[in-house]
Design a protein around this ligand. Structure first.
Ligand code: SAM
Length: 272
Protein backbone atom coordinates (compact mmCIF):
# COMPACT_ATOMS: atom_id res chain seq x y z
CA UNK A 1 0.00 0.00 0.00
CA UNK A 2 1.06 3.61 -0.43
CA UNK A 3 2.77 4.72 2.73
CA UNK A 4 1.01 7.24 4.93
CA UNK A 5 3.30 10.10 4.01
CA UNK A 6 2.02 13.45 5.14
CA UNK A 7 2.55 15.41 1.98
CA UNK A 8 2.64 19.13 2.46
CA UNK A 9 2.13 21.51 -0.43
CA UNK A 10 5.90 21.51 -1.04
CA UNK A 11 5.49 19.47 -4.20
CA UNK A 12 2.97 21.96 -5.59
CA UNK A 13 5.41 24.79 -4.92
CA UNK A 14 8.19 22.84 -6.63
CA UNK A 15 5.89 22.17 -9.55
CA UNK A 16 5.04 25.85 -9.90
CA UNK A 17 8.72 26.80 -9.88
CA UNK A 18 9.62 24.18 -12.50
CA UNK A 19 6.55 25.02 -14.57
CA UNK A 20 7.12 28.79 -14.69
CA UNK A 21 8.88 28.52 -18.05
CA UNK A 22 8.00 24.96 -18.97
CA UNK A 23 8.58 25.19 -22.72
CA UNK A 24 12.01 26.77 -22.25
CA UNK A 25 13.03 24.01 -19.83
CA UNK A 26 11.62 21.32 -22.12
CA UNK A 27 13.35 22.41 -25.31
CA UNK A 28 16.37 24.46 -24.21
CA UNK A 29 17.54 22.32 -21.34
CA UNK A 30 16.04 18.87 -20.70
CA UNK A 31 17.59 17.16 -23.80
CA UNK A 32 21.08 17.84 -22.35
CA UNK A 33 20.76 14.66 -20.26
CA UNK A 34 20.19 12.26 -23.17
CA UNK A 35 23.55 10.51 -22.64
CA UNK A 36 22.56 9.85 -19.01
CA UNK A 37 19.07 8.73 -20.03
CA UNK A 38 20.55 6.25 -22.50
CA UNK A 39 23.17 4.96 -20.05
CA UNK A 40 20.53 4.23 -17.40
CA UNK A 41 18.09 2.65 -19.86
CA UNK A 42 20.92 0.43 -21.15
CA UNK A 43 21.78 -0.62 -17.59
CA UNK A 44 18.14 -1.41 -16.84
CA UNK A 45 17.74 -3.22 -20.18
CA UNK A 46 14.74 -1.06 -21.06
CA UNK A 47 13.34 -2.58 -24.25
CA UNK A 48 10.17 -3.64 -25.98
CA UNK A 49 7.41 -4.14 -23.42
CA UNK A 50 9.26 -2.84 -20.36
CA UNK A 51 6.79 -1.16 -18.02
CA UNK A 52 8.73 1.95 -17.02
CA UNK A 53 7.91 4.71 -14.56
CA UNK A 54 9.96 7.91 -14.74
CA UNK A 55 9.70 9.76 -11.44
CA UNK A 56 9.96 13.57 -11.54
CA UNK A 57 9.80 13.10 -15.30
CA UNK A 58 9.87 16.79 -16.19
CA UNK A 59 8.73 17.34 -19.77
CA UNK A 60 9.12 13.64 -20.58
CA UNK A 61 12.25 13.76 -22.74
CA UNK A 62 13.70 10.66 -21.07
CA UNK A 63 10.37 8.85 -21.14
CA UNK A 64 10.16 9.52 -24.85
CA UNK A 65 13.57 7.92 -25.42
CA UNK A 66 12.34 4.87 -23.48
CA UNK A 67 9.19 4.79 -25.55
CA UNK A 68 11.31 4.73 -28.72
CA UNK A 69 12.81 1.50 -27.33
CA UNK A 70 9.33 0.03 -27.11
CA UNK A 71 8.79 0.59 -23.38
CA UNK A 72 5.30 1.26 -22.04
CA UNK A 73 6.02 4.54 -20.28
CA UNK A 74 4.45 6.30 -17.35
CA UNK A 75 5.67 9.44 -15.68
CA UNK A 76 4.89 11.69 -12.78
CA UNK A 77 5.93 15.25 -12.15
CA UNK A 78 4.84 18.07 -9.89
CA UNK A 79 4.60 20.55 -12.74
CA UNK A 80 1.41 20.61 -14.76
CA UNK A 81 3.12 22.59 -17.53
CA UNK A 82 5.90 20.02 -17.90
CA UNK A 83 3.47 17.07 -17.80
CA UNK A 84 1.44 18.72 -20.57
CA UNK A 85 4.56 18.69 -22.75
CA UNK A 86 5.36 15.09 -21.76
CA UNK A 87 1.89 14.05 -22.96
CA UNK A 88 2.45 15.87 -26.26
CA UNK A 89 5.85 14.20 -26.70
CA UNK A 90 4.54 10.71 -26.04
CA UNK A 91 0.75 10.58 -26.50
CA UNK A 92 0.54 6.88 -25.67
CA UNK A 93 2.31 7.38 -22.32
CA UNK A 94 0.53 7.72 -18.97
CA UNK A 95 1.73 10.99 -17.45
CA UNK A 96 0.36 12.28 -14.16
CA UNK A 97 0.70 15.52 -12.24
CA UNK A 98 1.47 14.53 -8.67
CA UNK A 99 3.84 13.91 -5.83
CA UNK A 100 6.68 11.40 -5.94
CA UNK A 101 6.20 10.93 -2.18
CA UNK A 102 2.72 9.48 -2.78
CA UNK A 103 2.79 7.79 -6.18
CA UNK A 104 -0.69 7.32 -7.71
CA UNK A 105 0.21 3.87 -9.08
CA UNK A 106 -0.64 0.46 -7.71
CA UNK A 107 1.87 -1.86 -6.04
CA UNK A 108 4.21 -3.94 -8.20
CA UNK A 109 3.07 -2.41 -11.47
CA UNK A 110 6.44 -1.54 -13.10
CA UNK A 111 9.48 -3.48 -14.29
CA UNK A 112 11.73 -0.44 -14.03
CA UNK A 113 11.66 2.95 -12.36
CA UNK A 114 13.97 5.84 -13.10
CA UNK A 115 14.54 9.34 -11.82
CA UNK A 116 16.90 11.69 -13.60
CA UNK A 117 18.04 14.30 -11.11
CA UNK A 118 14.68 14.09 -9.41
CA UNK A 119 15.41 12.18 -6.19
CA UNK A 120 17.87 13.92 -3.89
CA UNK A 121 19.37 13.67 -0.42
CA UNK A 122 16.48 13.52 2.05
CA UNK A 123 14.02 11.93 -0.42
CA UNK A 124 14.00 8.44 1.17
CA UNK A 125 10.20 8.50 1.16
CA UNK A 126 10.27 8.74 -2.64
CA UNK A 127 12.55 5.69 -2.79
CA UNK A 128 10.12 3.74 -0.60
CA UNK A 129 7.36 4.63 -3.01
CA UNK A 130 9.51 3.59 -5.99
CA UNK A 131 10.13 0.25 -4.29
CA UNK A 132 6.43 -0.23 -3.65
CA UNK A 133 5.46 0.20 -7.31
CA UNK A 134 8.25 -2.04 -8.65
CA UNK A 135 7.34 -5.63 -9.43
CA UNK A 136 9.50 -8.39 -7.87
CA UNK A 137 12.85 -8.26 -9.64
CA UNK A 138 12.15 -4.70 -10.79
CA UNK A 139 15.04 -2.30 -11.06
CA UNK A 140 15.65 1.31 -10.20
CA UNK A 141 17.98 3.74 -11.98
CA UNK A 142 18.85 7.20 -10.67
CA UNK A 143 21.09 10.07 -11.69
CA UNK A 144 22.32 13.07 -9.71
CA UNK A 145 25.16 15.58 -9.95
CA UNK A 146 28.64 14.07 -9.84
CA UNK A 147 31.77 15.64 -8.44
CA UNK A 148 31.82 19.44 -8.16
CA UNK A 149 35.20 19.53 -9.98
CA UNK A 150 33.44 18.13 -13.05
CA UNK A 151 30.38 20.34 -12.83
CA UNK A 152 30.62 22.87 -15.65
CA UNK A 153 27.37 24.41 -14.43
CA UNK A 154 28.93 25.19 -11.04
CA UNK A 155 29.25 28.95 -11.76
CA UNK A 156 25.48 29.02 -12.42
CA UNK A 157 24.73 27.27 -9.13
CA UNK A 158 27.16 29.53 -7.24
CA UNK A 159 25.35 32.58 -8.64
CA UNK A 160 21.95 31.14 -7.74
CA UNK A 161 23.14 30.40 -4.21
CA UNK A 162 24.63 33.90 -3.88
CA UNK A 163 21.38 35.56 -4.93
CA UNK A 164 18.79 33.31 -3.20
CA UNK A 165 17.53 33.40 0.36
CA UNK A 166 19.54 31.24 2.73
CA UNK A 167 17.01 28.37 2.93
CA UNK A 168 16.95 27.91 -0.87
CA UNK A 169 20.72 28.23 -1.10
CA UNK A 170 21.08 25.49 1.53
CA UNK A 171 18.72 23.21 -0.41
CA UNK A 172 20.93 23.51 -3.51
CA UNK A 173 24.03 22.61 -1.51
CA UNK A 174 22.22 19.60 -0.01
CA UNK A 175 21.23 18.36 -3.48
CA UNK A 176 24.88 18.46 -4.49
CA UNK A 177 25.69 16.08 -1.65
CA UNK A 178 23.44 13.29 -2.99
CA UNK A 179 26.41 11.51 -4.58
CA UNK A 180 27.85 10.90 -1.09
CA UNK A 181 24.70 9.58 0.55
CA UNK A 182 22.77 7.78 -2.19
CA UNK A 183 24.04 4.31 -1.34
CA UNK A 184 23.00 4.67 2.31
CA UNK A 185 19.62 5.98 1.16
CA UNK A 186 19.12 2.94 -1.06
CA UNK A 187 20.12 0.53 1.69
CA UNK A 188 17.82 2.23 4.19
CA UNK A 189 14.86 1.88 1.82
CA UNK A 190 15.25 -1.79 0.96
CA UNK A 191 17.27 -1.60 -2.24
CA UNK A 192 20.43 -3.44 -3.15
CA UNK A 193 22.91 -1.47 -5.20
CA UNK A 194 23.81 -3.00 -8.56
CA UNK A 195 26.07 -0.75 -10.66
CA UNK A 196 27.34 2.80 -10.44
CA UNK A 197 29.06 5.01 -12.99
CA UNK A 198 29.43 8.49 -14.39
CA UNK A 199 28.40 10.07 -17.66
CA UNK A 200 29.08 13.44 -19.22
CA UNK A 201 26.16 15.67 -20.15
CA UNK A 202 26.39 18.81 -22.28
CA UNK A 203 24.33 21.98 -22.31
CA UNK A 204 24.56 23.51 -25.79
CA UNK A 205 23.24 26.97 -26.58
CA UNK A 206 23.90 29.09 -29.67
CA UNK A 207 24.35 32.46 -27.94
CA UNK A 208 24.41 34.21 -24.59
CA UNK A 209 20.78 35.36 -24.66
CA UNK A 210 19.45 31.87 -25.30
CA UNK A 211 21.75 30.47 -22.63
CA UNK A 212 20.39 33.01 -20.13
CA UNK A 213 16.83 32.16 -21.19
CA UNK A 214 17.54 28.47 -20.63
CA UNK A 215 19.16 29.00 -17.24
CA UNK A 216 16.28 31.19 -16.07
CA UNK A 217 13.86 28.33 -16.78
CA UNK A 218 15.40 25.89 -14.27
CA UNK A 219 13.61 25.50 -10.94
CA UNK A 220 16.60 26.61 -8.81
CA UNK A 221 16.55 30.00 -10.59
CA UNK A 222 13.10 30.86 -9.28
CA UNK A 223 14.07 31.74 -5.68
CA UNK A 224 16.88 33.94 -6.99
CA UNK A 225 14.48 35.69 -9.39
CA UNK A 226 12.06 36.27 -6.51
CA UNK A 227 14.87 37.63 -4.35
CA UNK A 228 16.51 40.07 -6.80
CA UNK A 229 14.11 40.42 -9.73
CA UNK A 230 14.31 38.98 -13.23
CA UNK A 231 16.37 41.78 -14.80
CA UNK A 232 19.04 41.71 -12.11
CA UNK A 233 19.18 37.91 -12.25
CA UNK A 234 19.57 37.88 -16.05
CA UNK A 235 22.36 40.49 -15.82
CA UNK A 236 24.11 38.32 -13.24
CA UNK A 237 23.77 35.25 -15.48
CA UNK A 238 25.23 37.13 -18.45
CA UNK A 239 28.40 37.77 -16.46
CA UNK A 240 28.55 34.02 -15.71
CA UNK A 241 27.96 32.93 -19.28
CA UNK A 242 29.95 35.48 -21.27
CA UNK A 243 33.36 33.90 -20.50
CA UNK A 244 32.02 30.54 -21.72
CA UNK A 245 30.98 31.86 -25.13
CA UNK A 246 33.18 30.87 -28.06
CA UNK A 247 32.49 32.78 -31.29
CA UNK A 248 31.44 30.41 -34.04
CA UNK A 249 30.78 27.61 -31.55
CA UNK A 250 28.37 29.10 -29.03
CA UNK A 251 28.21 27.83 -25.46
CA UNK A 252 28.94 24.24 -24.54
CA UNK A 253 28.99 23.40 -20.84
CA UNK A 254 29.95 19.87 -19.85
CA UNK A 255 29.04 18.44 -16.47
CA UNK A 256 29.14 15.04 -14.88
CA UNK A 257 26.18 12.99 -13.71
CA UNK A 258 26.59 9.98 -11.47
CA UNK A 259 24.16 7.16 -12.16
CA UNK A 260 23.32 4.21 -9.96
CA UNK A 261 21.11 1.17 -10.40
CA UNK A 262 19.53 -0.98 -7.73
CA UNK A 263 17.03 -3.76 -7.25
CA UNK A 264 14.57 -4.35 -4.50
CA UNK A 265 15.98 -6.51 -1.66
CA UNK A 266 13.67 -9.42 -1.06
CA UNK A 267 12.30 -9.89 2.40
CA UNK A 268 12.97 -13.37 3.92
CA UNK A 269 9.27 -14.13 3.41
CA UNK A 270 9.49 -13.29 -0.32
CA UNK A 271 12.61 -15.41 -0.90
CA UNK A 272 11.25 -18.45 1.00
C1 SAM B 1 15.90 18.70 -12.10
S1 SAM B 1 14.25 18.54 -12.71
C2 SAM B 1 14.44 17.00 -13.55
C3 SAM B 1 13.42 16.80 -14.61
C4 SAM B 1 13.67 15.63 -15.54
N1 SAM B 1 13.74 14.37 -14.81
C5 SAM B 1 14.96 15.82 -16.34
O1 SAM B 1 15.72 14.88 -16.46
O2 SAM B 1 15.18 16.90 -16.85
C6 SAM B 1 13.36 18.08 -11.24
C7 SAM B 1 11.89 17.77 -11.49
O3 SAM B 1 11.33 17.30 -10.27
C8 SAM B 1 9.99 17.72 -10.21
N2 SAM B 1 9.57 17.60 -8.81
C9 SAM B 1 10.03 18.30 -7.73
N3 SAM B 1 9.44 17.86 -6.61
C10 SAM B 1 8.59 16.86 -6.97
C11 SAM B 1 7.69 16.02 -6.26
N4 SAM B 1 7.55 16.07 -4.92
N5 SAM B 1 6.98 15.11 -6.95
C12 SAM B 1 7.09 15.03 -8.31
N6 SAM B 1 7.92 15.79 -9.03
C13 SAM B 1 8.67 16.70 -8.37
C14 SAM B 1 10.03 19.12 -10.78
O4 SAM B 1 8.76 19.57 -11.22
C15 SAM B 1 11.04 18.95 -11.92
O5 SAM B 1 10.40 18.64 -13.13
Amino acid sequence: MAQETTTSDDWREAGEAWGDRATDWAYLWEPYARSANRAVFDQLAVADGTRLLDIACGSGFAAHLASERGAAVSGIDASEGLVTIARARTPKGDFRVGDMFALPFIDASFDAATSFNGIWKGCEAALLEARRVLAPGGRLGLTFWGQFEHLGLLPYFVKVIELSEASHAAANVEHGDTQNVIEAMLTATGFERLERGTVTVVNEWPDIEIAVRALVSAGPSVPAIRAVGLDHFCDALRTVIEPMHIPGVGIRITSEFDWITACSRQSPLQSA
